[in-house]
Design a protein around this ligand. Sequence first.
Ligand code: SF4
Ligand code: SF4
Length: 299
Amino acid sequence: MFPPVLKLFSSRKNGEGFQISEELPLSEHEEKYALLGVRACDLSAIQIQDKVFGGGTYQDPAYVRVRNQAFIIAVNCTHAGGTCFCSSVRTGPRARVGFDLAMSEVLDGEHYFIVEVGTDRGENVISTVTRRPAEDREVEKAEHLIRAAAQSTGRSLEPDNTREILYQNTEHPRWDAVAARCLSCANCTMVCPTCFCATVEDTTDLAGTSADRIRKWDSCFTLDFSYIHGGSVRPSSRARYRHWITHKLASWVDQFGAIGCVGCGRCITWCPVGIDITEEFRVIRETYLMNRGTSPNKE
Ligand code: SF4
Ligand code: SF4
């Protein structure tokens, strides 16, 4: 819904000057998407991106169009991954909103799917499939598997007071420790389903007769991203990592009313040096609780 590269417009030399294409930057996205297997964390990420791209005064027409046409079949997780922490940040593993259909697969002596209908479009699709009403025991078995997945996530993150904790620890020594490992590779931001930073570039052909303006994903881990006259606002890995996690877990609350992390764990999986958002936040939270005279275990 937020493509890595999107052409905004083209311009062509026409003899006297340049002609800007009037075509909206959406032609390559006119296809309708059906997304099969969307997890609860990703549904929550879509809800966040709805606010970012479609909820304010200025809406992103490319996003809104693809989003409104998307057909979403969610899958409730019955096996948690080692880097997941959706249950602790209350985004999963059960899909609750934002789907047309939601499926739970039971593969435990017998094999069947429980399907929940979320919209009329979902009803139209499921009505073409051979099916029958689920028995209570079948529904309960599926719910049991989802509850078990919620309790077996490999990580956890305490989502309360994240804003206060990070705002009060902008000079925590942990920022130096994480900066000593962070490569500023930007992997974490490229895989994050809630990250939305982009930059705009112009390219011309060698003859100078045409030019395209494109929008492409960018990352707060690049030096250029915060470059203004005279240099980058965040010149060190320390500053960039601190900014990233503080935005995700603190200033995001000011902007959008909730934290910007849905607990999918992808940034942990794809970090080449094993930096773990749950671990970095845990260390800083413990300092905060100690300064308040509260044991982390009692909190
Ligand atoms: S910050 Fe990490 S765990 Fe949180 S949503 Fe982004 S990729 Fe997933
Ligand atoms: S993926 Fe890891 S090393 Fe790369 S920028 Fe993110 S935290 Fe730093």
